[in-house]
Design a protein around this ligand. Structure first.
Ligand code: NAP
Length: 309
């Protein structure tokens, strides 16, 4: 019995050694060298070509190499009856909190505007309110959203969050469901999207939503490219309704050279780096989950297939 591994980053020997440290008897095959597909018991992968996972009739568990699992569900043949786990851990959460804090501070302290001013040698002072008077709103209060909210709280920001089900989190004004979305948006000056990409959240960052934010609001999207309607963002920035945006994720990655997002003066682009799972921890988690699956135990970080995230 074997594990099939697939990633766009080729480090086969490293993965073999790292997983082998924890489960020396596990045979690891690297896609597309599958061998007999009936030997495959586990899959550790990201962006596996569609239709491939369904070919492994003896799969016992699937492990994502990352936190987001939306691309698995794009595969119409994805085996929904197989236990499926994703990566979330303290380091992934704290790295995302770093990213969100860095860019909330950039917008809060007008760094995007100052970068433009520097190009023009323009000395124009802008007065940022104190953090406690700056309202930050986080869409998605899961592992990463809650972590970012806690870190922003430490800096004194007035933090709210929006989720699907109701929450009670110390220091965070909690909103939930579509009924409370407008109230959440109306009080949000810096909006951070940490939602999973699902049919309900696709294209959620659109013109209609932007108009519900106060004039001058900024957007930070480390969620997924599919959350954002790019043209609507550009319109909202050009009209002056939004003051700036920081984007880490895109519909097509790498972001195509011809994309207008690259050169827009009010947009900051980062290359999907907000929080990357440390490979050593991914290997260790996969090994722990393989042992659990072999013993018939529930997986760590098991994805709820009924919710789709
Ligand atoms: P998570 O733990 O699954 O949390 C998702 C949150 O979104 C939950 O609070 C959930 O509400 C809320 N939500 C889901 N559907 C909703 C809806 N229709 N309306 C309102 N709220 C909804 O996810 P996570 O681990 O925090 O990760 C969030 C996302 O970050 C990932 O899916 C991925 O796309 C992205 N990510 C990006 C990077 C990067 O480097 N850029 C790295 C890792 C992850 P409930 O709490 O009520 O369920």
């Amino acid at each position: 019995m074997a594990l099939i591994f697939h990633s766009s980053i080729k480090r086969d020997d490293w993965w073999r050694a790292e997983i082998g440290k924890h489960i020396p008897d596990l045979e690891i095959r690297f896609y597309p060298e599958v061998g007999n597909p009936d030997d495959i018991e586990f899959a550790l992968c990201f962006n596996m070509p569609q239709g491939e996972l369904a070919k492994f009739k003896n799969l016992k568990a699937i492990f994502s190499l990352g936190a987001g699992v939306d691309h698995f569900f794009e595969d119409p043949t994805f085996p929904l009856h197989i236990p499926f786990a994703r990566v979330v851990n303290d380091e992934l959460t704290s790295r995302m909190s770093e990213y969100v804090t860095q860019h909330v501070l950039n917008h809060h302290r007008y760094q995007i505007e100052y970068d433009q001013q520097q190009k023009n040698r323009s000395w124009e002072v802008r007065h940022a309110p104190a953090a406690q008077n700056r309202k930050v709103g986080i869409m998605g209060l899961g592992e990463l959203g809650q972590g970012a909210a806690k870190t922003l709280n430490l800096l004194g920001f007035d933090v709210a969050g929006w989720s699907r089900t109701s929450k009670d989190i110390d220091g965070v004004s909690c909103f939930h469901g579509s009924d409370q979305l407008d109230a959440f948006l109306a009080r949000t000056e810096i909006l951070v999207c940490l939602l999973p990409l699902t049919p309900e959240t696709e294209n959620i960052l659109n013109s209609e939503l932007f108009l519900k934010l106060p004039e001058g609001a900024a957007i930070i999207n480390p969620g997924r490219g599919g959350h954002l309607v790019d043209e609507d963002l550009i319109k909202a920035l050009d009209s002056g309704h939004l003051s700036g945006a920081t984007l880490d994720v895109f519909h097509v990655e790498p972001l195509p050279e011809e994309s207008p997002l690259w050169s827009h003066p009010k947009i900051r682009v980062t290359p999907h780096v907000a929080s990357i799972a440390a490979p050593g921890q991914v290997a260790e988690l996969a090994a722990k989950n393989i042992i659990r699956a072999r013993n018939g135990d529930a997986l760590i970080n098991q994805v709820d297939l009924t919710r789709g995230y």
